[in-house]
Ligand binder design. Structure first.
Ligand code: SPV
Ligand code: MN
Length: 612
């Protein structure tokens, strides 16, 4: 490290930072160390480095670049993401962990010399708006300029924030090395490891580039934040935050947790609404009100099926000059193409498999699509024309409602309001979703995913749920809680709803929050009344909504729901859960059984409940 860089580091007056950097240098043995502060020149340096070292290449449109991850590095590697534990923990769910000394020894051996001949970038970020009591601080060390550049787009600058630490060790630390590269992608994928030290608030990640594995600040910081939040009585959640625009300029802020690829970003981007964040929220109780901030300031979004009809705001941004990283899409003539963009796709180009041509097959004989299903775009929220005016407010926004969205084809009603806060926590804790391409492994398998957070919960499940239950204590008014399911199908396998219908569910909930609609109480919660939806469909989508559609979508699939309750009972059988949670599970099961007996049907029309 030369004098200039050393001085930058010393100006922070923080021995813990210096020690972390020194240890990383000793271990990774970089050729050079560059400390990046908040200045434009420093940030520019990172952007340029990614182009010079070939991790990114310029595209035709000004500011756009392409980055490729390795063929086998296209999603989060759950199998090799582990907690380092020095003692046994009764998690109450399946958690991937490794004995700490053993894990450290292994990952140190992979990090040893991993930056030889490369440049080490030292970066400081704020997780959440600057000057905010919500926010945490993060030190990222990486040899990947792509990683550091992505974090510029996704997080707020934190060098000046670190000065405010006053020498304390209250920051997260992330050490990443892409490892050995060939054609600019990590090649030692069999040695890809992501190890999380919850005791030291540190994460080590090696031999990978896919942002969900490599960017410390995304899902890795999130795991550390969940633990911290639990200890301190706030919430760190896998949630969007959005401004829902009701009648007469009224804005009600909602958050929503959805497993990967279940409609979280597309809900946050519903037309006519404004977005605060699309992935991770920090929530606190302030003066009896739940307020939330986006801990990020950009979007790392799935590009598959983004097109001018279904995602006009994002599509528009992707077609406009501006700082955007495309990853794992098809490039032809320096222009990006992807599946589902509803444009003609060239028959050849470069994609995540290298030279690509229409009909190219993988080693299993499967056709390789032009873009990976988990191909992504990375951009700052302020590139979007629907960014909310309060997106960077250090006080956050007051939350009126919480959505929990799953993905199933045959059980959950499109939108249901919880009966109480505790019932809402129960609904969130029992989300199921059919697996998608955002993680490596088989797709379409139904998986239980509490609060869409299964992959990230870093405290015992019972403790995590207890923290949620307690969060409504001492509130002036608890937010209403909803579950959604955009993925119901008919017997022939066709979706029962169009992609746009979620706008109606959202605005119905916004009206409910302000006591503008009545609801129908059924065993699993409260659902909309037909007449209200009919009017909303005309108002919002100029669409005639028939009674048949309503019955198809909002009937109670009692047997399917009971099967789900059974699955949940089995899951929680041997888990220490809060009494209130167990009570909700029992009560909902009873209500379902009663209804099944009373109406004598497997599927009960909502109109039957109206008649009661
Ligand atoms: C998700 O998969 O939930 C994402 C992308 O938001 S990742 O960075 O992979 O977590
Ligand atoms: Mn996510």
């Amino acid at each position: 490290m030369d004098k200039i860089n050393l001085r930058k580091l010393e100006a922070l007056n923080n021995q813990h930072v210096i020690k972390a950097v020194e240890e990383a240098i000793q271990l990774c043995k970089p050729a050079k160390v560059i400390v990046i502060a908040d200045s434009k020149e420093d940030v520019n340096y990172v952007r340029k480095s990614a182009l010079i070292n070939g991790e990114e290449a310029k595209l035709k449109m000004e500011g756009h670049t392409i980055h490729f991850d390795g063929y086998d590095d296209q999603g989060r590697d759950k199998a090799h993401t582990r907690y380092l534990l020095s003692k046994d923990v009764d998690w109450g769910l399946k958690v991937n962990s490794i004995e700490k000394d053993k894990g450290l020894k292994e990952i140190y051996s992979y990090l040893d010399g991993s930056m030889a001949g490369k440049e080490m970038l030292v970066r400081f970020f704020s997780l959440g708006p600057t000057n905010s009591i919500f926010s945490l601080k993060a030190l990222q060390i990486t040899d990947s300029a792509y990683v550091a550049h992505s974090e510029d787009l996704l997080y707020r600058q934190g060098y000046e924030e670190f000065k405010k630490l006053d020498g304390s060790s209250d920051f997260f630390f992330f050490l990443h090395s892409a490892g050995r590269l060939e054609n600019e992608v990590s090649v030692d994928i069999n040695k890809r490891r992501i190890y999380i030290d919850l005791e030291e608030n540190r994460v080590y990640s090696v031999n990978n580039q896919y942002a969900g594995n490599s960017l410390g600040l995304k899902k890795l910081a999130f795991r550390l934040a969940i633990k911290k939040a639990n200890e301190e009585g706030w919430l760190a959640e896998h949630m969007f935050i959005m401004g829902v625009h009701g009648p007469k300029d009224r804005i009600s802020y909602f958050t929503g947790a959805y497993p990967s690829a279940c409609g979280k970003t597309s809900t946050a981007m519903i037309s006519g609404q404004t977005v605060v964040g699309d992935d991770i929220a920090y929530l606190r109780k302030i003066d009896g009100v739940i307020r939330a901030v986006n801990m990020e300031s950009g979007i790392f979004g799935i590009i598959h099926s983004v097109n001018s009809e279904d995602d006009p705001v994002i599509y528009q941004a992707l077609m406009t000059p501006g700082e955007i990283i495309f990853s794992n899409v098809l490039i032809n003539n320096k222009t990006p193409y992807w599946e589902g963009m509803k444009k003609d796709i060239p028959s050849k180009g470069i994609n995540f498999s290298g030279e690509w041509f229409q009909g190219k097959k993988d080693s299993q004989g499967q056709k390789i699509p032009c873009s990976h299903k988990n191909a992504r775009y990375t951009l700052r929220l302020n590139e979007l024309n629907n960014i909310d005016a309060k997106a960077n407010d250090p006080d956050g926004v007051p939350i009126k409602a919480i959505f929990y969205g799953g993905r199933d084809s045959d059980t959950t009603i499109p939108i249901v309001e919880s009966l109480t806060w505790a019932h809402g926590v129960f609904l969130g804790a029992t989300i199921e979703s059919e697996t998608t391409a955002a993680t490596l492994g088989a797709r379409g398998v139904r998986k239980y995913n509490p609060m869409a957070n299964l992959d990230f919960i870093s405290v015992p499940l019972g403790t995590y749920i207890e923290n949620h239950l307690k969060f409504a204590d001492e509130l002036k008014e608890a937010p209403k809680i909803y579950t959604t399911n955009y993925f119901l199908k008919d017997k022939a396998g066709n979706y029962l709803n169009s992609k746009l219908d979620k706008k109606v569910w959202l605005l119905w909930a916004e009206g409910r929050v302000h006591n503008e609609f009545e609801a129908l109480e059924i065993p699993v919660g409260r659902i909309p009344k037909y007449q209200d939806l009919k009017e909303l469909f005309v108002r919002e989508l100029r669409k005639d909504y028939s009674e048949e559609e309503y019955i198809q979508q909002f009937s109670l699939r009692a047997v399917k729901y009971l099967e789900k309750m059974e699955r949940m009972s089995r899951i929680f059988e041997n888990t220490k859960m809060p009494a209130a949670f167990t009570q909700e599970l029992k009560a909902q099961t009873e209500r379902l059984k009663l209804a099944k007996t009373k109406y004598g049907e497997e599927i009960i029309s909502p109109f039957q409940f109206l008649d009661k």
